[in-house]
Design a protein. Structure first.
Length: 99
């Protein structure tokens, strides 16, 4: 299953499935959920929805953004020791092949 927007993530039935995140949901790296210094509401909402939806694993098709993660492409969407859902990242092009 796949979701590219917050609305799509709210609607997707992902329990136990492989969930592909793309587009708006993968534009920037998500802050760790217990990071008190900077944690935007949108990031908290995405993390909460992911935990609520309980996918078996997450594929994150991330874009090219030189300002994030030292300019690495693709960049890791989730780097959080408190986040228990397995996740990997791949390029946007590779993500499109998953549809």
């Amino acid at each position: 299953v796949a979701a590219g927007t917050l609305n799509e993530l709210e609607q997707v039935l992902a329990k136990g499935k492989l969930l592909l995140l793309h587009d708006e949901l993968t534009r920037e790296q998500l802050m760790p959920k217990n990071f008190v210094f900077y944690n935007p509401d949108e990031h908290q909402q995405i993390i909460a929805l992911l935990e609520e939806k309980e996918p078996g694993a997450i594929l994150a098709a991330t874009s090219r953004n030189a300002a994030l993660a030292g300019g690495v492409y693709p960049f890791p969407l989730i780097e959080d020791g408190d986040f228990q859902i397995p996740s990997v990242y791949l390029t946007e092009a590779e993500g499109k092949n998953c549809f």
